[in-house]
Design a protein around this ligand. Structure first.
Ligand code: ADP
Length: 471
């Protein structure tokens, strides 16, 4: 079957977080299963754009209320991603350096969606499935069914994957005139709480809805940033499919970013060499346990708890641990973490940046990964960490609950805790330090977690089953 994925991010073209990793890998695995998967994203001014050759495949124009825009669809020529990657270029609107965070994001992503449908309307054949990701593509199922000019697309089945339900793309009703002429009797499909809510609209109008883990789907019925009642109403078409990881990118045996490649057979020496590189770079003592945190420094990730928890850990235990943090986000959290750099010199370092290479080196060289998230739809960091033999310390929520069993339980290989609190985080760190002092047990657990199969193969088939159920 032929699947068209529509998303705001796709690794390596544009990445902010896990959405990019999923949209950059799931289609590859769908192709491996014998299907045709294509991806379309906005054309941002990223390194991948400039480093690669592109061909123009379509030119068109869209109208959004009083504005009109020309757009161009370009395709990466050499198929470097392993699937057909298309970008929508709208001069002045999409061609920016960042993916999100502009005042006119509403206009940008609305224009993107209309342009994709204009283009799709011109295809000689139609895809079997239109698969939209998160709210940035959430108006598409609605527009396919209810905008008169897209009538020829109205019978294509649609799937919505929710990677994060916190962000919903709310816009005031006056923006309703941006959409191409639509059946205004259907206004209720766009509305949630007197605003246009693209995520809610997609939940109502897509044929199937899934989240990126079963645990997160259950949580959304009770905690969904205002959409709980909607999830309960639409439960029959909702399900959870756990994300896989791209074994071609995240593989300690072949990863070109890391100091020393290693496999399950020689991970002890391999991890040690990678740890040495990290400790040398950050002037830390290789003999102490190395904890890391990688991610957006926001409340969802409990990043605000890191500085007090780390201070507490150092105060309680003294200088018997190393901590390395990589991320960016809320200025107050960045400041709190960065200001500790001077306090625990030689034991602690925060890098406020986005650094793909360093993130790989950290997964490879660390002993423990901190993930105390308040909300975690799936979480990929813990899966990458385990693949590289780094034990995750996770709060039992969403996908973390589904993927990390506690080593205190039969067959478990992680450290879990219940509350997003300084006490629970420091208690988990205490357990990790104790475990670190028993290297034999820790290495056995590392071996177990490295053996767990978290690749896309199984989950990619589940998506195919989901599509088949609506074809
Ligand atoms: P999110 O909620 O941000 O999508 P995920 O765990 O699903 O969280 O995915 C996060 C992805 O982004 C992982 O690939 C992680 O390594 C990467 N990442 C997050 N922050 C950074 C950073 N500052 N530098 C490099 N990679 C990062």
């Amino acid at each position: 079957m032929e699947i068209l994925h529509i998303s705001a991010e796709c690794y390596p073209m544009a990445k902010v977080g896990g959405l990019a990793d999923v949209v950059g890998s799931l289609p590859k695995y769908q192709q491996n299963l014998g299907h045709i998967a294509k991806v379309v994203v906005p054309m941002y001014r990223t390194k991948f754009l400039y480093d690669n050759d592109w061909e123009v495949v379509h030119k068109g124009s869209i109208k959004m209320g009083a504005y009109s825009n020309e757009f161009t669809i370009i395709k990466e020529k050499l198929n470097k991603t392993g699937f057909d990657l298309y970008c929508v270029d709208i001069n002045g609107l999409l061609d920016r350096e960042k993916v999100y965070g502009y005042e006119d994001d509403t206009e940008r992503f609305t224009a993107f969606q209309i342009a994709v449908l204009e283009w799709l309307n011109q295809w000689n054949h139609k895809p079997d499935i239109v698969h939209v990701h998160d709210y940035h593509a959430g108006l598409i199922p609605f527009m396919m069914r209810n905008c008169f000019q897209f009538a020829s697309l109205s019978s294509i089945p649609t799937v919505l994957t929710i990677h994060n339900a916190q962000y919903q793309g709310w816009m005031s009703w006056d923006k309703g005139n941006y959409f191409p002429a639509w059946d205004t009797w259907k206004w209720g499909l766009l509305d949630w709480g007197n605003t246009i809510n693209p995520l809610a609209c997609a939940i109502k109008t897509a044929d199937k809805v899934n989240t990126v883990s079963p645990g997160y789907m259950e949580e959304l019925m009770h905690n969904a940033n205002g959409l709980e009642a909607l999830f309960r109403q639409e439960w029959a078409k909702c399900s959870g499919i756990i994300n896989g990881i791209d074994y071609m990118v995240w593989n300690p045996e072949t990863d070109s970013y890391i100091m020393d490649n290693f496999s399950i057979k020689d991970f002890k020496a391999g991890k040690q060499l990678n740890k040495k590189k990290l400790c040398d770079d950050f002037d830390m003592d290789i003999n102490l346990p190395l904890f890391i945190f990688i991610g957006r420094l926001v409340g969802e990730k409990s990043a605000d708890l890191l500085a007090p928890a780390i201070s507490r850990a150092f105060e309680e235990h003294g200088k018997i641990l190393n901590i390395l943090i990589l991320g960016s986000g809320e200025p107050s959290v960045e400041h709190a973490l960065y200001s500790l750099n001077n306090k625990w010199v030689g034991y602690y370092n925060t890098q406020i940046s986005y650094n793909e290479k360093l993130s790989h080196q950290m997964y490879a060289g660390a002993d423990f990964l901190l993930m105390p998230s308040r909300v975690e739809p799936c979480g990929l960091n813990q899966l990458y960490a385990m693949r590289y033999g780094t034990m995750p310390l996770v709060r039992k929520t969403g996908g973390l609950k589904d993927t990390v069993p506690d080593f205190g339980d039969e067959g478990g290989y992680g450290i879990t805790f219940i509350q997003a609190s300084v006490e629970d985080i420091t208690h988990a760190m205490q357990r990790a330090i104790t475990l670190y002092n028993n290297q034999k047990q820790l290495n056995k657990l590392r071996e177990t977690m490295m053996n767990v199969n978290n690749s896309w193969e199984q989950s990619a088939s589940k998506y195919i089953d989901l599509y088949s159920s609506i074809l």
